[in-house]
Design a protein around this ligand. Structure first.
Ligand code: SF4
Ligand code: SF4
Ligand code: SF4
Length: 178
């Protein structure tokens, strides 16, 4: 079944990946009501990670880099589509898929090298490849680790630790994207 949101966005593909709004974006329904799709936040982002998503609304593409939380996107918006920057910017964290090289016995610590929060750690094992461990409580969701992974093993998930919601599940999508 096509949801109201999909209709509004002109997006009828049930398998479409969830889109992540810029940091501090208001809850999804409010955001799409308020955002005029002017692209000012896209132009303002010095990291150039905000792109046009479905329905021409702005989304973050971590394949282009990470967020420094400079809030220039928020400052550029004239449409009140963002929360106050004293609030948490995102409710997201990373997850590592099973194709991660360190999980299949190959030495790789590329993600750990870029993580300033020390979320991704490796513990040495006698005669073996270091095993990967996550301290997701400290993850800011900045996304800098996503693009450095040679196996595309890092994904962004809701901070509550639930599985990714179905794109047709309106309630869970709201909790994911805010
Ligand atoms: S906070 Fe800064 S780096 Fe992050 S998306 Fe907004 S403008 Fe870009
Ligand atoms: S600056 Fe505000 S109104 Fe313009 S596209 Fe970004 S969120 Fe939407
Ligand atoms: S999203 Fe940012 S804080 Fe979280 S693990 Fe990746 S680099 Fe570290």
């Amino acid at each position: 079944m096509i949801t109201r949101r999909q209709l509004f966005r002109g997006n009828f593909d049930k398998n479409t990946q969830l889109e992540i709004r810029p940091p501090w974006a208001k809850a999804e329904e409010q955001f799409t009501d308020l955002c005029s799709r002017c692209n000012d936040c896209i132009k303002a982002c010095p990291e150039e990670i905000i792109v046009t998503g479905s329905g021409k609304f702005p989304v973050v593409d971590f394949k282009k880099g990470g967020c420094t939380f400079c809030h220039q996107c928020v400052d550029a918006c004239q449409s009140n589509a963002f929360n106050d920057i004293t609030q948490q910017p995102w409710g997201i964290k990373i997850a590592i898929q099973d194709n991660c090289l360190s999980k299949i016995g190959v030495v790789c610590q590329s993600c750990s090298d870029v993580c300033e929060q020390n979320v991704i750690q490796f513990s040495l094992q006698m005669g073996g490849v270091p095993s990967i461990k996550l301290n997701t409580q400290k993850c800011t969701g900045c996304g800098f680790c996503v693009d450095v992974c040679p196996k595309n093993s890092i994904s962004i998930k809701p901070k509550v630790g639930k599985a990714l919601p179905s794109p047709s599940d309106e309630k869970d999508i709201k909790s994911f994207v805010v």
